[in-house]
Write a protein that binds this ligand. Sequence first.
Ligand code: XIL
Length: 369
Amino acid sequence: MHLSTLALPLLAASVDAQLHKLAKQAGLKYFGAATDTPGFRERAGLEAAYEQYNAIRDDTNEFGQTTPTNGQKWLFTEPERGVFNFTEGDVVADIAENNGQILRCHALVWHSQLAPWVEQGTWTAEEVEQIIVDHITNVAGYYKGKCYAWDVVNEALEEDGSYRKSVFYNALGEDYIKLAFKTAAEVDPTAKLYYNDYNLESPSPKSRAAVNIVKMLQAEGIKIDGIGMQAHLVADRAATLDDQIAVIESYAATGVEVAYTELDVRLFTPNDEEKLALQKEVYRNSTGACVQTEACVGITLWDFYDPFSWVPYVFEGEGDALLWFEDFEKHPAYDGVVEALTNGTKPCKPGKGRGKGKGKGHKRSNKLF
Ligand code: XIL
């Protein structure tokens, strides 16, 4: 038998799963994918696909990080006042632990998927303060030491940069954000504390308001470590590479790190070659922006398998937003990500440069975080 016929399948396997591996080589901390517990997945009845799905999810050459898409949200972690439940969140936290994957934790204070009791009550400002403190103390306390990062406050901003009138804002104004970060910092001092939102991928009133949240916290000596760009993008009208780089630099100017926390790129179904080519470009640009900016630490896909994407359930007529089709074929966009990851490595800050003086350049340790 000719040698190459033997060697080929092996070679194919080793180049097959590679996003996290290549991301590390490019200087990122991780390339990951969010996942959900079987009972919560968007599309039910796909049990036959689980084995193949799990194999991709658990392959640390592909994904070095994960996030529970739902299990750590308020609705599930504190469904009744003072009643805490970590069953769903633990499923994904355990997957991360068993696989040795970084866990991003999501999300502590958010107006959506909030337990009804929080919104339905009539509370004084002091009571809302207590509710926030109790929630963060219990949830972040339970996961203490396990989370690389916490999305402490999620989606506090409107598109024009004003604050969203949530139950938290209505009671406390912007002080609720201060309280949330202050409490999270006390409860889990090693987790990176993030402000996370959508439409933060190019400069806008909203992105400037996110910068102002960071500055507001810093002015009061309250810890904030990162801005999370959810990056729920649209194939035919996404931010350009330059805009993404510019906005990341605007966040980085405050001293925080940046991450793509929920990346997906939707298109109108059915797909065609042209739509998939556009999608590939968008994935390439977001990945490229992360590689080309010092502050961007990593990228998380909001799941990786189209049938488990939230997109078709929320955006009518749209879908195919992730990197694996239902039949487990990869989207062309997978190659777009690979291209961006292999197109260069992260720039170093002046003074951190390689080989000069005391600077050590990039850290390439095997430590998780
Ligand atoms: C989505 C989940 O993927 C869905 O399963 C759920 O039904 C709704 O929420 N911004 C966020 C995420 O911060 O938590 C949301 O996740 C998507 C938008």
